[in-house]
Design a protein around this ligand. Structure first.
Ligand code: ADP
Ligand code: MG
Length: 329
């Protein structure tokens, strides 16, 4: 079972940033409005993620760490088959198979908090009382300590931390109402405050994407019966390059997609603009019309009506470009 978990971990737990993604998404799923992240040494020493979400009941703690349906995978040769299981329900089990992980949690109606950790080759889960407010803390220490080959693949702390920051940006851009803080080696490096009105949203955009982007950003809003898109667009100019900021969300999940890039390029061309554009865009559509995250670690997307979606995006961008505020000198 531990081998199977480690193989599953190899599929998705590539580096500290991928651990962060799984853990922070769990906090969001639990309805947290405040998520505090504490990283030591680029995540290779420790990553602590604390939330004020609904918590995990005592009787479910062990289950949360337990392996799922991985007993069929007996060796590395079976690696292929792990892909068909997908990664769902396996993040905590996988991460705990390649680190020292403890899970502490309390629900609102419980009088006590509980802590769970998996131990030994068989990963028997121990549960004991602890002190913790309502919510959950996951502590991941010594990532890859028992998979030396993978540990050797880790880059310099600074590089790993850069990936962590990028991962957090992607999540935070889709969670306006959640307060995030990020510490590295004890120092507070990022703080994204919840944004409820337009002014706060603009401030949050500046703290996540940088002030150069936020200063140049103009908003976009477009919808029909099937598709809706909102977000921000900003053009490079001779003082700043903002086109490195490119985030596209489909139903709240970040995706990388050729179709989107193409639509942006077409829109700029049609508008007679030779400048490149940065964007943060949120597309929503009927979930049946799209397959997202075919593989959990990639960010692929497949629209059933690709041409239609492409043209919608392009038109929305063209309209926004045509109506953009005239830049001041
Ligand atoms: P998945 O998220 O796909 O269900 P995970 O391994 O990431 O699988 O998590 C297992 C389970 O542990 C979740 O389904 C959830 O019930 C619980 N859990 C994990 N993290 C948290 C958290 N921060 N708050 C509340 N519950 C959590
Ligand atoms: Mg999860």
């Amino acid at each position: 079972p531990q081998l199977a978990n480690q193989i599953a971990a190899g599929e998705v737990v590539e580096r500290p940033a991928s651990v962060l993604k799984e853990l922070v998404e769990n906090c969001v799923d639990a309805g947290a409005t405040k998520i505090e992240i504490d990283i030591e040494r680029g995540g290779s020493k420790s990553m602590v993620i604390r939330d004020n979400g609904k918590g995990i009941p005592q009787q479910e703690l062990a289950l949360a760490l337990a392996r799922h349906a991985t007993s069929k995978v007996a060796s590395l040769e079976d690696l292929e088959s792990i892909l068909s299981f997908g990664f769902r329900g396996e993040a905590l089990a996988s991460i705990s198979s390649v680190s020292r992980l403890t899970l502490s949690s309390r629900t609102a109606d419980a009088s006590e908090a509980w802590q769970a950790y998996a131990e030994g080759r068989e990963m028997a889960v121990q549960v004991q009382p602890t002190a913790h407010p309502v919510g959950t803390t996951v502590e991941v220490v010594d990532l890859f300590f028992n998979t030396p080959a993978r540990r050797r693949f880790l880059r310099a702390d600074k590089t790993e931390f850069t990936h962590i920051e990028e991962q957090l940006r992607r999540i935070a851009l889709a969670q306006d109402e959640v307060h995030f803080s990020l510490r590295h080696n004890g120092k507070l490096v990022r703080q994204y405050r919840p944004a409820r009105n337009e002014r706060q949203k603009h401030q949050r955009l500046a703290s996540i994407c940088g002030s150069a982007f936020a200063e140049r950003a103009f908003s976009l809003r477009c919808s029909n019966d099937e598709l809706a898109m909102t977000g921000f667009l900003a053009l490079d100019d001779d003082r700043a390059r903002v086109s490195d900021v490119q985030y596209f969300y489909v139903n709240g999940r970040v995706v990388r997609d050729k179709l989107v890039n193409h639509a942006v390029r077409q829109a700029l061309e049609e508008a007679g603009l030779s400048w490149a554009a940065g964007y943060v865009l949120y597309l929503t559509l009927d979930p049946h019309e799209v397959d997202v995250n075919v593989h959990p670690a990639k960010h692929e997307v497949r629209f059933h009506q690709a041409r239609y979606v492409h043209d919608f995006i392009q038109t929305a961008l063209q309209q926004a470009l045509a109506q953009r505020p005239v830049p001041e000198d």
